[in-house]
Design a binder for this molecule. Structure first.
Ligand SMILES: [Ca+2]
Length: 539
């Protein structure tokens, strides 16, 4: 994992995100590889992915890990695969352990909360994490300031060379509570035997934050399996980036009696799948998903139970439904959800129990063959309110059937146009909500390409993180760019540089941007114009 110079600052999540071009190069071969067992031709009757939850429950019976409880003082431990040795005490960088598990074993034997700091490197390990440990990746070898993006700390195998290790790479057994897992790359886990590639959380409540989880393969859950067999403390999965995991990226399964709260927040899931019905998130239970982006997965959200989805962007779902709601007797609510450009219905339901669903402040557009397919039985209710739906929605309230005028911005393609941000027209989604942005916390986020936060009535659809400004770096040598100017948004016209002596060749970089940049010359004004290119062009 080389550091990507174009992503020099920002969140861990963004720093780990590869360019779209790279992702597409990888796609054709990798999906084929991960397709084992998921070939639609071979498994025509594969049920909705949540239907496999019963099989997942059986995994719990296999778990018999008992956490060590030898009393010893709490301590901090260090791991350095470059210079460490498991014969060391692990208490300083100079006497670091060589393997993560050796440090975890030492920490698990200590009372109280411990921290295990791990230096950059590739640790070909599968680990079991005990309770009350903060496991932090991203330190430089030998110790120093932590920076996960500059110091990639890899657990697992190497799928590029087809060297998987037997998953789960990271295991949180029952009782692994009070645990933080942050700043790692977890990759190359095979779920062939356990059903889980990257991570397994069973009756445990770790915080999984700011990791890159990529290239894990399974016929069930390539990414993270979260399984509860009884009420208890709940995991928090926040700000992670999932890339190219098969089949599901996240699988959550819990008793209906257990309120999981906001178990998923701020995650980006891209390229999951490998078979019909499998994809980004399978959620069976009761809880809430917030601020999620699902991009180019086989299927999107597969929900069964009672789930709230708030501020989600789901696009380019390529094999199955963007959102499937099982008619299982519960209640669903989708608020500020943008579902666009998928190859099946945006929202699809199936099942036999009367179920209530509500769709508000959302944008459902560009899905083929249609937007909402409601099949729940008699006694069910579907409320669609203050929502933009292509083709309209009979029986809805305040339904808009107008082009939302999506426009590419710094973090993606599903901002909406606003004349105040430089576009030719203002989207009907702007200020179309029935309550204020502030009342639901969206006043810190934005639908505008210039990142100006939502004010007044809530805008419909997904709200991006708001960037305070964009820094443009410029230089005449590609690897020596310096800050040139800060702007609220693009396009930016670098006036008068065409033909300027000494500036025969110019390089630009906008470090905060995830979207590709376009550069064109405007001979009429003698300017170079920077603008965001729509990512969808690579499809
Ligand atoms: Ca507004």
């Amino acid at each position: 994992m080389g550091r990507k110079p174009g992503l020099a600052s920002g969140s861990f999540q963004r720093a780990f995100r590869p360019s779209r071009a790279k992702g597409m190069q990888a796609m054709p071969t990798r999906v084929g590889e991960f397709g084992r067992g998921g070939d639609p031709g071979k498994r025509p009757s594969r049920p909705r992915m949540c239907a496999m939850g019963v099989g997942a429950l059986a995994l719990a019976a296999l778990l018999c890990a008992v956490l060590a409880s030898h009393p010893a003082p709490a301590a901090d431990f260090y791991v350095d695969g470059t210079s460490g040795s498991d014969g060391n005490d692990g208490l300083t960088w100079a006497t670091a352990k060589a393997t993560v598990q050796a440090a975890l074993d030492a920490a698990g034997g200590a009372a109280g909360a411990d921290t295990v700091s791990v230096a950059a490197g590739h640790y070909w390990e599968k680990i079991t994490v005990p309770a009350d440990v903060s496991l932090l990746g991203g330190f430089p070898p030998g110790g120093g300031a932590r920076d996960p993006k500059a110091n990639p700390t890899i657990l697992g195998g190497d799928t590029w060379h087809r060297s998987f290790i037997d998953g789960p790479v990271v295991d949180f057994p029952p009782g692994s509570d009070g645990t933080l897992f942050e700043g790692f790359i977890v990759q190359g886990g095979s779920g062939r035997r356990s059903g889980t590639g990257a991570m397994r959380i069973v009756d445990a409540a770790p915080v999984i934050r700011g990791n890159l989880i990529q290239w894990n393969a399974s016929e069930a859950t390539g990414g993270i399996l979260v399984l509860y067999t009884r009420p208890g403390a709940v995991a928090r999965i926040e700000g992670n980036l999932f890339l190219w995991n098969s089949m599901e990226a996240v699988w959550i399964d819990a008793p209906d009696s257990m309120d999981l709260g906001t178990i998923l927040k701020g995650n980006v899931i891209q390229g999951s799948g490998g078979g019909v019905g499998a994809g980004a998130v399978c959620f069976r239970g009761r809880g809430r998903i917030e601020d999620i982006v699902l991009d180019y997965n086989a299927s999107g959200l597969d929900l069964n139970g009672s789930v709230d989805v708030f501020n989600a962007l789901i696009y380019w779902t390529w094999a199955e439904y963007a959102v499937h709601l099982e008619c299982s007797g519960g209640t669903y609510r989708l608020e500020n959800v943008t579902i666009a450009d998928g190859t099946k219905f945006a929202i699809h339901t199936e099942g036999s129990q009367p179920t209530n669903a509500e769709v508000v402040h959302s944008i459902i557009w560009g899905n083929d063959p249609g937007q909402i397919a409601w099949n729940c039985p008699v006694g069910s209710t579907l409320t669609v309110e203050s929502t933009l739906v292509q083709g309209g929605f009979p029986g809805g309230t305040n339904i808009l059937d107008q082009d939302p005028l999506f426009f590419p911005g710094p973090l993606g393609d599903y901002y909406v146009s606003e004349t105040g941000a430089g576009q030719a027209a203002t989207s009907p989604a702007v200020d179309a909500g029935s309550w204020t942005a502030a009342s639901v916390g969206l006043d810190a986020r934005t639908t505008r390409t210039d990142s100006v936060a939502d004010t007044g009535a809530a805008d419909l659809g997904y709200h991006y993180r708001s960037l305070p400004f964009l820094t443009i770096l410029r230089g005449t040598v590609a690897d020596n760019l310096t800050p040139y100017t800060s702007v609220a948004g693009l396009p930016f016209a670098d006036a008068g540089v065409l033909g300027a002596p000494g500036l025969e060749r110019l390089y630009y970089l906008v470090p905060e941007a995830e979207n590709e940049l376009g550069v064109r010359k405007d001979t009429r004004t003698g300017s170079v114009v920077l603008e965001f290119l729509p990512g969808r062009s690579w499809r």
